[in-house]
Design a protein around this ligand. Structure first.
Ligand code: C2E
Ligand code: CA
Ligand code: CA
Ligand code: CA
Length: 279
């Protein structure tokens, strides 16, 4: 058994070694990229029924010196596993808070807020609430202009911790959106117990509403549920004018997707509101 074990190991060795190498290389690279500030938030506008800017979601982009822009799915899971998400998450929160404060000083207090994605590990770090409060204080960002996007996986970790943290942050004006709604477990349980402000309908349902009767039924039900619970609701992944019409007819007041804009760098995003008209 030992010999065959060794053989088996040797047989898979090249593949395993490549995986390990890539992982180690990427972990080292993410660490280096953090030190060299190669990450940057891009902003994707969210619009209301009249097409006006109603918010934005900050999405991290890695401007790699050789590989160009690396999408988050290629390093966020690794950052979560290795704990680098604490540094990366802090960096994103700080950059967004500074940006929000800068926009406020040129454009006055906008009615909309910028949403930042927060990983489960980051949210459940014992210092998370204090970290956000310190950033708000240091940057002068209005807490009302900061929204945190959590996924159900965050909520699953520790419900009591989640609720007490949300309440503390909300007491300063920070709001909460539940991302990827409908794709996790026990969604209704969370809706009943958590002090949420908004739910975000996952794009996997949104995309299908015109072709798939089940997607349409699910989206209709989520919108009705959100409204009856007094929560705002936003649909992500809107790529088609007719999808927006469907959603609007069902009572969804906010949209995000390629139909309006892809996530764009700060200066491009500023044209959406500093130069007056959106779109
Ligand atoms: P997410 O939070 O669900 O973000 C929405 C994703 O859908 C983004 O991909 C966005 O670019 C994309 N998207 C927006 N509108 C459309 C559309 O109309 N059609 C299509 N096909 N896609 C659309 P992105 O930027 O690649 O981010 C992927 C995921 O990476 C995010 O999913 C989020 O889970 C994670 N992520 C991104 N930035 C951060 C961050 O700063 N921190 C953490 N913890 N996670 C992040
Ligand atoms: Ca999100
Ligand atoms: Ca999402
Ligand atoms: Ca997601």
């Amino acid at each position: 058994a030992k010999a065959s074990g060794r053989n088996t190991l040797r047989r898979f060795d090249p593949v395993m070694q490549a995986t390990v190498n890539r992982r180690v290389r990427t972990e080292a690279e993410v660490r280096r990229a953090l030190e060299h500030m190669e990450f940057e938030p891009y902003y994707q506008p969210q619009v209301d029924l009249t097409g006006r800017l109603a918010g934005a979601e900050a999405l991290v982009r890695w401007q790699h010196p050789h590989r160009g822009i690396v999408p988050p799915m290629e390093f966020i899971p690794l950052a979560e596993e290795t704990g680098l998400i604490f540094g990366l998450g802090h960096f994103m929160l700080e950059r967004v808070c500074r940006q929000v404060a800068a926009w406020t000083s040129v454009a006055g207090h906008p009615q909309w807020c910028v949403a930042v994605n927060v990983s489960a590990r980051q949210f459940h770090h014992p210092d998370f609430v204090q970290e956000v409060f310190s950033l708000i204080d240091e940057t002068g960002a209005g807490a009302h202009q900061l929204q945190l996007e959590l996924t159900e996986s965050s909520l699953l970790v520790d419900m009591d911790d989640t609720i007490s943290k949300m309440k503390a942050l909300k007491s300063r004006g920070v709001s909460f959106s539940l991302d990827d709604f409908g794709t996790g477990y026990s969604s209704l349980y969370y809706l009943k117990h958590l002090p949420l402000d908004q739910i975000k309908i996952d794009q996997r349902f949104v995309r299908g509403v015109l072709d798939d009767a089940n997607d349409a039924a699910i989206v209709r039900a989520i919108i009705a549920l959100a409204r009856s619970l007094g929560l705002n609701v936003i649909a992500e992944g809107v790529e088609d004018r007719r999808v927006q019409s469907f959603l609007a007819n069902e009572g969804c007041p906010m949209f995000q997707g390629y139909l309006y804009s892809r996530p764009v760098p700060r200066d491009e995003f500023e044209r959406f509101f500093l130069n007056g008209e959106l779109l």
